[in-house]
Write a protein that binds this ligand. Structure first.
Ligand SMILES: [Zn+2]
Ligand SMILES: [Zn+2]
Length: 279
């Protein structure tokens, strides 16, 4: 397995690659633009993108772009739904310029319109994005903790969002372990607690893991990440996750609530220590 973390691109992409390397990350994720903004204000800096892309390629460092949280592909409001799809199309362009294989986006929120209507809107948005995108960058839907009106909490719902739209190489999933634990979908501390996410139809579309511990207990439906080993998943649960044989080829990205990026060095070391002790 490969262990990496989230890196800020505030100082440019090439610098982010350098910092990921310095921290010893084996893969890294970044926000394709400010996470709380939908509209993009800057053009792509192709020079910076190419410099970072080349360095990451030389290092063999896989990267993942995370779309802004404000994107709601399932929004009942037509304008917001359209703006969300436009924003995502832009993120795919940014990722492409940087040599990034995939963009992760959260499943939408139905904001009171109900799940069936929102599922249809989200599928319509995804079909539009996949139809208009010319980059070939993979799109990954991230499972949610099921907070508020979030969709994409269960494996069945995630599968119904993508069914028939595109193949696993084009449209897949990123599994956030904290969200899945809080949603009651995954519990590495229980026998058979990984069964739901091992469904073949889900596994064949699974391309990345967000490895996070949880401040809330299993099934408590809140998006609250904890530092590794300091939450309710704990060392035993994290070890079970990073040694899952069918996931050994996947990149694991930490998104734990570190006070600064340098703290990820210790977070990654913690996981490597668990692995070494288990050998
Ligand atoms: Zn996310
Ligand atoms: Zn996540």
């Amino acid at each position: 397995m490969r262990i990496g973390c989230h890196i800020s691109v505030a100082g440019g992409y090439a610098k982010a690659v350098e910092r990921a390397e310095a921290l010893g990350a084996e893969c890294f994720q970044y926000f394709s633009k400010s996470p709380r903004m939908l509209r993009f204000t800057k053009n792509i800096n192709y020079e910076d993108a190419a410099a970072g892309r080349e360095r990451a390629q030389t290092l063999g460092l896989p990267t993942l772009a995370h779309a802004p949280y404000l994107i709601n592909l399932a929004a009942p409001d037509d304008d917001l739904r359209r703006a969300s799809a436009d924003a995502l199309l832009w993120d795919l362009q940014v990722a492409h310029a940087r040599g990034t294989e995939a963009v992760v986006v959260h499943c939408g929120k139905h904001v009171g319109a109900g799940v069936p209507a929102a599922l249809a809107w989200m599928r319509e948005s995804l079909a539009r994005v996949l139809g208009e995108d010319n980059t070939g960058v993979r799109l990954l839907l991230e499972n949610t903790a099921g907070q508020g009106t979030e969709m994409g909490t269960t494996v069945d719902e995630l599968l119904s969002l993508v069914d028939g739209l595109a193949g696993p190489e084009r449209l897949g999933f990123c599994l956030d372990t904290q969200h899945a634990f809080a949603a009651g979908v995954l519990n590495p501390l229980e026998p058979g607690g990984l069964a739901a996410v091992q469904a073949p139809a889900f596994r064949e579309r699974l391309h990345a893991i967000h490895l996070n511990d949880s401040k809330v207990e299993a099934g408590h439906r809140a998006d609250r990440h904890a530092l590794v080993g300091q939450g309710h998943i704990g060392d035993a649960g994290l070890l079970r996750l990073v040694t899952e044989p069918s996931w050994h080829t996947l990149p694991f990205y930490l998104e734990t609530p570190v006070s600064d990026e340098a703290q990820y060095r210790g977070e990654m070391a913690h996981i490597r220590r668990l692995l070494a002790e288990a050998r």
